[in-house]
Design a protein around this ligand. Structure first.
Ligand code: ADP
Length: 659
């Protein structure tokens, strides 16, 4: 097998029978494994054999009856370019034979001058050399095809001679037209580098070599022949000699202008989106501030009004105002919530809470509306659910409230059912299924997929008929996802809808007693909760001043008012205060600045006073800013009186939990 694979078949094109016999006899005496020798007396005959059979080697006489000299050789290689040829030459034809070698023949032997040894050597070298040449040709062709296909440029840099060889179709984009690519000037690469980057790139290349690394990669700008710069990626592989010295570097140049352009566009789009998001957040903060400041006045004044002696009609009017302000605040909070969720700014609370209490409170809050509409509102809680769960009770409450209030809103007769099933439990957690179903108007099949989208309402007149903004379900879905769950809906028009969501909730650490947070805080009946407390109120809005003063005085506090930070600083030099309530945005001097002066420039008894920010911004970032500025706590406007009292008392008697 080995012998057959390595055996050679030879074609001898020679018209002289004596030379034929001699050559054949010598060949047979070599140690070459010859599978066959074919004789041809003319070039035509030789070519005919070549077309019928494959050969490893050809001996070609230069003087044949039908062709001679180089002409014979050239005709032959046209037919079989890949087969090595040894010229059989006479002494007088050596110059011609040498010419044939320069044209691709492998060797020549002088008739009558060769022996077995020299013949064997010539045959062997000719076959091997031709094999290598063919391999090289194939590799070069492959390079050529690769470079055509990728448009990449290959460079081969001899570090000893500092010469660079360049290959590749892409070169034509960087060199002047008609440049001979086999003769590219030495400084081509350095010159084409962008002047702003040249020094750094050359340095990085040399550093890489000096550090003994194996490869180098760099993105840079490279001058094209149309005077524009291409963005390119260049990589080089460093070849070292036995002494571990870098001697050669081979690499590629790839045009990445389009990719870079796309990257820049994406980056630009990202920056613009980020800016838009910031503008949106800023707009929201402003809008929230602008709305909350007067709303604080409206809500506070209404609260004060409701505590006065009113006749039945007046009571009803006040209740209507309170309901409308409640709705308005819900919308503002919805928009704010959604923006916070989208911006990833919602922070979840982690605390233990009584699960069943949370659910029943949510049901209770909706009961009166169900009663009003004559709808039955049922709730079933799987009794195997542990009493205390841990997580964010406020967000769970918000989710349930949204779904239950929607169910009541869109149901005119029948019932709304809330069912909570325990699906699975482990030592740490429970997997729960929450179902809120109703017998209401239902949702049309073609609308059901989009009801979780922002501002989506099934019917155009929904806001007028039912109220709402079309944000509730978007927020609900996002919150459920934030808690790691999912929500689905099934519905038939005129029959009703069933919303189901699934959450895995952690079990509380203590499963009995000990004061876990309840779903609802009942408001105690307060009397003189702030008696004897001196409060400095720093607030520029007159209505809000009046609201706060009335609310605080109604609980027995003594209140001094400053219209802005500067006035507060002056007042603090003369009056006694136990606590400061500080608005943030004010003319002359804002709340941050005033706090800084109080903390760092006033006598100790003043600098240590507790300061509660009263901010109309509901953004967490702004609230954090208050704490960072040195304030002790903050309360967002519009606030409930009870919350304000709580915060004041917490500051003055930190261990106090009377409220
Ligand atoms: P909205 O503030 O309008 O209630 P939601 O995002 O909560 O906004 O709901 C979006 C829309 O989905 C509603 O306007 C209504 O068309 C539909 N929808 C939500 N819940 C129900 C339900 N229980 N029954 C029928 N339609 C519903």
């Amino acid at each position: 097998m080995e012998a057959v694979e390595n055996s050679i078949s030879i074609l001898i094109i020679e018209d002289n029978p004596g030379d034929q016999v001699l050559l054949e006899a010598h060949l047979e005496n070599t140690s070459l494994i010859i599978s066959g020798i074919t004789m041809a007396s003319t070039l035509a005959e030789g070519i005919m054999h070549l077309q019928q059979k494959s050969f490893s080697l050809i001996f070609l006489d230069f003087f044949l009856p039908d062709s001679s000299g180089l002409d014979a050789y050239l005709k032959l290689v046209k037919v079989s370019p890949a087969i090595p040829v040894i010229i059989l030459s006479g002494l007088s034809d050596t110059a011609l034979a040498l010419k044939a070698i320069s044209l691709g023949a492998q060797d020549f032997i002088l008739k009558g001058e060769y022996d077995v040894q020299s013949l064997q050597k010539s045959v062997w070298y000719s076959i091997e050399r031709k094999k290598n040449i063919e391999l090289l040709k194939e590799n070069n062709e492959r390079y050529d095809i690769i470079s055509k296909a990728t448009n990449d440029i290959i460079w081969d840099w001899n570090l000893d001679t500092n010469k660079v060889k360049w290959i590749g179709q892409g070169l034509k984009n960087y060199l002047p037209v008609n440049t001979d690519i086999t003769n590219i000037p030495d400084k081509f690469w350095t010159r084409a580098l962008h002047p702003d980057e040249r020094k750094n790139i050359v340095r990085s290349l040399h550093d890489t070599i000096e550090k003994g690394e194996n490869s180098w990669e760099c993105d840079y700008r490279f001058l094209k022949n149309d005077s524009s710069y291409a963005h390119i990626n260049s990589r080089g592989y460093i070849i070292k000699n036995e002494a571990n010295k870098a001697v050669r570097m081979i690499g590629s140049i790839q045009d990445i202008t389009e990719r870079k352009k796309a990257e820049l566009e994406t980056e630009q789009a990202r920056i613009e989106a980020e800016e838009a998001r910031k503008t949106q957040e800023q707009f929201l903060a402003n809008m929230s501030h602008e709305i909350r400041t007067p709303m604080n006045g409206v809500i506070g004044m209404t609260q004060l009004l409701s505590a006065t002696n009113l006749n039945e009609d007046q009571k009803e009017f006040v209740e209507n105002i309170q309901q409308s302000t409640g709705n308005l605040m819900a919308i503002i909070n919805d928009i704010l919530d959604l923006t916070k969720i989208v911006a990833g700014k919602i922070t979840l609370v982690q605390k233990d809470y009584l699960f069943a209490d949370l659910i029943t409170n949510c049901i209770k809050m909706n009961q009166y509306r169900a009663d009003e509409k004559g709808i039955l509102l049922h709730c079933t809680i799987d009794e195997n659910i542990p009493p205390v769960l841990s997580g964010d009770p406020y967000r769970l409450n918000q989710i349930l409230l949204n779904l239950v209030s929607n169910a009541i809103k869109f149901t005119h007769k029948g019932e709304v059912n809330v069912i909570i099933n325990l699906q699975e439990q482990s030592d740490e957690s429970v997997a729960l299924e929450f179902i809120v179903s109703d017998t209401g108007i239902g949702i049309a099949a073609d609308k059901i997929d989009s009801i979780f989208e922002r501002f989506m309402q099934v019917s155009g007149d929904s806001t007028r008929k039912y109220g709402g903004t079309g944000l509730g379900l978007t927020i609900t879905k996002q919150l459920i996802q934030l808690l790691g769950g999912s929500i689905t809906v099934r519905s038939h028009q005129h029959e009703g809808s069933t919303f189901s969501f699934y959450l895995t909730l952690l079990k509380g650490k203590q499963q009995s007693g000990d004061n876990p947070a309840r779903g609802e805080t009942s408001e105690p009946n307060l009397r003189n909760a702030l008696a004897g407390i001196h409060i400095l109120l720093v607030e520029d809005n007159l209505v809000n001043q009046k609201v706060a003063v009335k609310l605080l005085e109604s609980q027995g506090a003594t209140v001094e008012v400053a219209n802005h930070g500067k006035e507060a600083i002056e007042l603090l030099k003369d009056i006694r205060a136990d606590i400061i309530l500080m608005d943030i945005q004010m003319p002359e001097m804002d709340g941050y600045e005033a706090t800084k002066i109080i903390r760092y420039q006033m006598p100790e008894e003043v600098s240590k006073l507790p300061i509660i920010a009263m901010t109309a911004s509901a953004l967490i970032s702004d609230q954090k800013k208050c704490l960072f500025a040195g304030m002790n706590d903050y309360i967002a406007k519009p606030y409930q009186a009870i919350d304000l009292y709580k915060k004041i008392l917490q500051q003055l008697t930190p261990s106090c939990c009377i409220l």
